[in-house]
Design a protein around this ligand. Structure first.
Ligand SMILES: [Zn+2]
Length: 401
């Protein structure tokens, strides 16, 4: 009897706790009503919160509209719909829709879910579907098409854009990301694209870059545990897009583009090393990037490069520094300070990357050196040893311990 009373009491307490937690859950959870008028009944979207801002889960919205979502954890890229219709990057305030770009509050990740602010969801849906989308923050409604008349009478509240703080992305500190196993060597130009032409019109940039690159690769391949790949191995044309795609598909850990410099007066001399920046460090740097970009100009996809710039900047700089030091020490070349410019190839590879303008092919003296196999070998050794020194430092960094 006593026992049954005890059990009864326990049940009562359990029921009380359960009802309490239910009540609690009801008061804490908030939902947005999302309704595609052409597609039946409303669904409920749980409200997600971060820093007092309300977000909505993006994937259920897209699933409801029968649009695919793909999300790359490594690069933070999010692609919606077929044929890469919408491209976004986590924490970036711009999205690409076909050939248009749209400013949004950056999407982010909350409790493992892709999250978008209601206002950005509205902007995105209007652009994506070319339809009116009604947003009522007070009634928590997001409706595609014509809202019911009672809702129409309510004022549709559109708040000012949330402040768009730029959040700096840093690459996840995992061992894998800080290893240097796969090295991509990119000899500039090739085939119909001869690159810059030597002082007397006889020797081409594409010849010098390939000769040096082949020597760099031969040196690096003697080191066990390294995979060394080239974006071209002969005299043929490879587009800048193909070079980047190759590097990314092979999961390169470092990308080194080899080029020759050129100046109209034939007087300029020395070596210049570049790392990526959306802003050129000088007018010369910008001219050089424009030349090497072969009319690829400022692609909309350069916004993606902002993310990579933040993630890889430190390591790209370190690599440039190591190689510059060895070129100066061993070849006695005049080495300018590390330059920054929006080079296409540097902007589009998912890894630390540099572009080396080894010497001026437009300068008669340096052209002779660029043609000389002995000089090429010394240049290749400086580049290869610079990469190896970089590798040693990167693999010993605190992040790897
Ligand atoms: Zn070039």
């Amino acid at each position: 009897m006593r026992i049954s009373k005890f059990i009864f009491g326990l049940i009562i307490i359990a029921l009380f706790i359960a009802s309490g937690s239910c009540l609690l859950a009801q008061t804490q959870s908030k939902y947005y009503k999302f309704w595609d008028q052409s597609n039946g009944l409303p669904i409920q979207l749980p409200e997600l919160k971060r820093d007092d801002h309300v977000y909505l889960p993006l994937i259920p919205i897209m699933t409801n509209l029968k649009k695919s979502v793909s999300w790359n954890y490594k690069t933070g890229e999010v692609i919606l719909g077929a044929n890469n219709l919408v491209q976004m990057i986590l924490l970036q305030p711009t999205l690409l829709l076909g050939t248009d770009s749209l400013s949004i509050d950056p999407i982010c990740q909350i409790n493992g879910q892709l999250a978008i602010t209601p206002l950005s969801a509205r902007l995105l849906l209007e652009s994506l579907l070319s339809q009116n989308v009604y947003l009522n923050l007070k009634l928590q409604q997001l409706i595609i098409g014509n809202p019911p008349s009672e809702l129409k009478q309510n004022s549709l509240l559109t708040p000012p854009l949330a402040s768009r703080t730029r959040i700096i992305f840093s690459a996840p500190k995992s061992n894998k990301l800080y290893q240097v196993k796969t090295i991509i060597i990119d000899p500039g130009h090739g085939g119909i694209d001869s690159g810059a032409i030597g002082y007397d019109g006889r020797y081409f940039e594409k010849q010098a870059t390939l000769a040096i690159a082949l020597k760099v690769v031969a040196i690096l391949r003697k080191h066990p545990g390294l995979q060394v790949l080239m974006t071209r191995t002969g005299d043929y044309y490879v587009s800048l897009q193909q070079r980047c795609q190759f590097a990314n598909e092979h999961n390169g850990d470092v990308f080194v583009a080899i080029h020759c410099n050129s100046d109209s007066d034939g007087i300029a001399y020395g070596t210049e090393t570049y790392i990526y920046s959306s802003h050129a460090s000088s007018a010369r740097a910008l001219r050089e990037a424009n030349y090497e970009n072969q009319g690829n100009g400022r692609f909309l996809s350069y916004i993606k490069a902002d993310l990579r710039e933040e993630a890889y900047r430190g390591r790209s700089f370190l690599l440039a520094e190591k190689i510059d030091y060895l070129i100066h020490k061993r070849l006695k070349l005049y080495v300018r300070r590390i330059q920054q410019a929006p080079f296409y190839v540097l902007a589009h590879v998912n890894m630390p990357s540099i572009l080396i303008e080894t010497a001026f092919i437009s300068n008669p003296h340096e052209e002779k050196e660029l043609e000389d196999p002995v000089w090429q070998e010394r240049m290749a050794e400086a580049i290869a040893d610079g990469i190896l020194e970089y590798r040693k430092i990167v693999e010993q960094t605190v992040e790897n311990k």
